[in-house]
Design a protein around this ligand. Structure first.
Ligand code: DI6
Ligand code: FE
Length: 400
């Protein structure tokens, strides 16, 4: 591929995640999709002379956004459940009555792989329209061999259907499927000994995840699952402390998890363990908002102990039917009191870290993929403060 030069940019590279002051009259040179130079136009190397040139006309340029926690691939929707919750039912009550995740499992099993791809593409296109260049997608709504594999294959297909990088996660412990209700131990053994190896053998997952919660799986059950995943080369991430305090953050840290997510009920012990393990805290304000949660994630503890924070949509049919990373940033600021810099880092460099992709994307520095979001905005704060306005002017994935 020929070289490509983006010039006349106001560049916020996130090389230093705290520095949001744009480099004026900046240029980015991409060769074979990787960044060969990023900085002031005056410092451009000679190789830039023959490059195809794109004039960004003084627009603000940030790294392409990374949505590091989604459940984009599923069948059906849960609008009816939303109505029940408006009428007073709680998320946990609905789950215990056989609704919730299990209802989406039934719809996902009925959808077929092509149907799953089609409905997920519609949601993915909303993310892409707001500058997303990398997205994580979880399984966990199949919970049988055929449908878990179909969900993960569908997720991989999203990355072939659009110019976007897809990181896949096998969420084997999401809910106990109905056919195993009388045999919990049997399900756990089957996931560990049959489903997990099948997913790994097909190379369908980049990591594994579990829902560690009173209505889902216990720390001991998750521990066993993570221990089986490690020898298969699959790093862990964990839905931890979303609704109650079970020690999920510390558990994730013990397994050197890439991320622990939600975290409203995490305490200082969890935060210090995560800091030591380098586990990223993924904050999901969409779910917090939809569930009308009142307990805030301990953002100050994360700051104090140096836990890196990411922000994601958690796009899913039950607790966060959100397909706007920009709104996720606004909610992280308004509800969780993140700074603008923390919000932007949360959807760029720290999100890359949460996916183990920090060497490849998340900031505009030499050697990484040339993943760019170009905005009609003066200042990065504008990306965070608006509600429902999308200032994206252009988006480039691997230089294209
Ligand atoms: N936590 C969540 O917020 C989603 N999954 C999870 O483990 C919700 C999933 C759903 O309700 O469908
Ligand atoms: Fe989730």
């Amino acid at each position: 591929m020929a070289a490509r030069l983006f010039r006349n940019a106001r560049l916020v590279s996130m090389a230093d995640p705290a520095d949001l002051v744009p480099v004026e009259r900046a240029a980015i040179l991409a060769v074979d999709g990787r960044i060969a130079y990023a900085g002031a136009e005056s410092g451009l190397p000679d190789a830039a002379r023959d490059a195809e040139t794109i004039d960004l006309e003084g627009r603000l340029v940030t790294p392409g956004l990374i949505d590091c926690h989604t459940h984009l691939v599923y069948g059906g929707d849960r609008a009816r459940e939303f109505e029940l919750r408006l009428a007073g039912a709680s998320y946990e009550e609905i789950a215990r009555a056989g609704g919730g995740i299990v209802a989406t499992v039934a719809a996902t099993r009925a959808a077929g792989e092509d149907g799953l791809v089609a409905s997920a593409l519609a949601r993915l296109d909303r993310l892409i329209a707001e500058g997303v260049t990398t997205v994580e997608v979880k399984s966990g709504y199949g919970l049988d061999l055929e449908t878990e594999l179909a969900q993960l294959r569908a997720a991989r297909r999203l990355g072939r259907g659009r110019k976007v990088a897809v990181s896949t996660t096998f969420l084997g412990l999401h809910a106990l499927p109905p056919e195993w209700r009388q045999n919990r131990a049997g399900y756990l053994a089957w996931v560990r000994d049959a489903l997990l190896p099948a997913v790994a053998a097909e190379g369908l997952a980049d990591s594994v995840d579990a829902f560690c919660e009173g209505i889902a799986f216990s720390p001991a059950e998750v521990d066993d699952f993570f221990a089986a995943a490690r020898p298969l080369g699959l790093p862990a991430r964990l839905h931890a402390a979303q609704l109650s305090a079970l020690g999920g953050a510390a558990l994730a840290a013990r397994h050197k998890a890439l991320s622990a997510d939600h975290l409203e009920y995490t305490n200082e012990e969890g935060a210090t363990a995560m800091a030591e393990a380098g586990t990223v805290a993924v904050l999901l304000p969409g779910a917090f908002y939809m569930l009308r949660e009142t307990r805030l994630p301990p953002v100050d503890l994360f700051r104090r102990h140096g836990v890196r924070m990411a922000v994601a949509t958690d796009s899913n049919p039950g607790t966060s039917p959100l397909t706007s990373p920009l709104l996720a940033m606004n909610m992280a600021a308004t509800l969780f009191r993140l700074t603008v810099a923390e919000c932007l880092a949360g959807l760029t460099i720290n999100a890359a870290a949460a996916l183990g992709l920090e060497n490849d994307t998340g900031s505009i520095v030499t050697g990484k993929w040339c993943d760019l979001a170009v905005w009609d905005a003066e200042r990065p704060a504008e990306l965070v403060y608006r509600l429902g306005f999308n200032p994206l002017a252009a988006r480039y994935w691997r230089g294209e």
